[in-house]
Design a protein. Structure first.
Length: 204
């Protein structure tokens, strides 16, 4: 019975994660976000390609699906269910079954995971992301720093073992998804972020 519950949580959460809001919204606008900019199906590329409003809508949708998955997991199996659901949903977001495994980089899902782990962890992650992105003008740097912060803050606030393992998983996956960005950051070639409609053209 317990194994069946875990299977349900993981399968449902992965499918929920595979519902990529960036792709759906861009298709509704007559295109596919993966054909523009960085080719990534995430909120940042949505904002760069279709405008800040579209990017925020995609981010909100991706966070809500992650919260829904984790609520289901927590209801069924407590903290362990929450952790499995969050991990499966983030995996589905990054490698969506419905879109040939080409999805986002997990930051919106990771943000929802951070707040689900502990609201204090969420605030730390959000603050680190905003500070890093604002000072550097590079969302990728803010994202990588936020990924590191989720584990550090979880350790600081002494969250339960399942939630700590979820934080470590989210950090690892987000950093892996940003490996090309990290190479460009080190090389000094990572472009600044500009949403469509901002002054000056957005660089790919």
């Amino acid at each position: 019975m317990m194994v069946a519950k875990y299977a349900v949580i993981i399968i449902v959460s992965f499918i929920l994660g595979s519902v990529n809001l960036s792709i759906l919204i861009s298709q509704g606008l007559g295109g596919d976000v993966r054909s523009h900019g960085s080719g990534n199906a995430g909120a940042t590329n949505m904002a760069r390609t279709y405008g800040l409003g579209a990017g925020l809508a995609a981010m909100a949708g991706d966070m809500l699906k992650t919260v829904a998955a984790m609520l289901l997991g927590c209801w069924m199996l407590g903290d362990w269910g929450l952790a499995c659901a969050g991990a499966a949903c983030m995996l589905g977001h990054c490698f969506p079954l419905l879109y040939r495994f080409r999805g986002g980089k997990g930051i919106s899902a990771g943000g929802a995971i951070a707040f689900a782990i502990d609201w204090r962890v969420g605030l730390v992650v959000l603050g680190v992301f905003l500070l890093g992105a604002f000072l550097s003008k590079k969302v990728s740097l803010g994202s990588v720093l936020a990924a590191l912060a989720i584990t550090a803050a979880s350790l600081l606030f002494g969250v339960s073992t399942p939630r700590l393992l979820l934080a470590i998983f989210a950090m690892t996956l987000a950093i892996w998804q940003h490996r090309e960005n990290i190479k460009r950051l080190i090389a000094g070639t990572e472009p600044d972020f500009r949403a469509k409609g901002a002054k000056g053209p957005a660089k790919d």
